[in-house]
Design a protein around this ligand. Structure first.
Ligand code: FES
Length: 237
């Protein structure tokens, strides 16, 4: 599958075991379109191997820069981790829809894991810029000395009734198990705050053509790339 745009690596660094960071410079018009929740389909190899691009949420950090955290575990992510300043990375996008917390949100609770980290951070940035308090329950190891998490984001250890009482909106972003855990926590706490699940699912085409990104909901199967990426948590099966 061809890629229409090219970004240039301006920084690269191993941040902690299994986690690599890239800063990409791209056309300002495209970078401005990279709102929280939207993703890029990145070519992740030289030539045609791997053939399919990989979806990555990105975090806009300036008018022309995007930060990309890559959990290194396969051929595609391994290739990205070999990129160095000056290297090109081809992509198309951004695709998907923007995550916008409900209008009266003052305290935003985020819950997620490594696959959701780029999206979590992008959403946290957006909320903080609007004077919304943000707390994050991160499922996994994060090296706080690497300053991956903005200092204004409160890190919580558990998604419990106390956290849900504090918050007036919740996003669970990452592996489907993280989303299901959030749904169970909400039910246990009897919380009725607006709550959304953003499951990280495989996206092969990104445009609704391959049906590879089906998400089961109470309203029937939906496509993450077209109908998502956020779904009402109560709607997710
Ligand atoms: S990624 Fe192909 S239909 Fe969604």
């Amino acid at each position: 599958m061809g890629a229409a745009e090219t970004a240039t690596v301006v920084q690269s660094a191993a941040l902690q075991p299994g986690l690599f960071g890239l800063r990409l410079e791209a056309d300002a018009r495209l970078v401005q379109a990279c709102e929280p929740g939207r993703y890029l389909m990145l070519s992740v190899g030289d030539g045609n191997e791997p053939y399919l691009p990989r979806p990555y949420w990105v975090r806009r950090v300036s008018a022309v820069w995007l930060n990309l955290l890559v959990g290194v575990g396969g051929a595609g992510s391994g290739w990205l981790a070999t990129r160095r300043p000056g290297d090109p990375v081809e992509f198309f996008g951004p695709l998907g829809t923007t995550l916008i917390p409900p209008p009266r949100t003052r305290r935003l609770l985020l819950s997620g894991d490594l696959p959701g980290l780029n999206c979590l951070l992008a959403l946290a940035d957006r909320a903080l810029a609007r004077d919304i308090e943000v707390a994050l329950v991160f499922h996994g190891a994060v090296d706080t000395s690497a300053r991956l998490i903005p200092p204004d984001v409160e890190l919580l250890t558990e998604l419990n009734a106390s956290a849900l009482t504090w918050a007036d909106a919740l996003y669970a972003i990452g592996d489907p198990s993280v989303v299901h855990t959030a749904k169970a926590a909400l039910r246990t706490a009897g919380s009725r705050i607006p709550a959304f699940g953003v499951p990280h699912v495989p996206l092969a085409c990104g445009v609704g053509a391959c049906y590879g990104c089906l998400v089961e909901t109470r309203r029937g199967p939906k496509l993450s790339c077209v109908n998502g990426p956020a779904f009402g948590l109560a709607d997710l099966s």
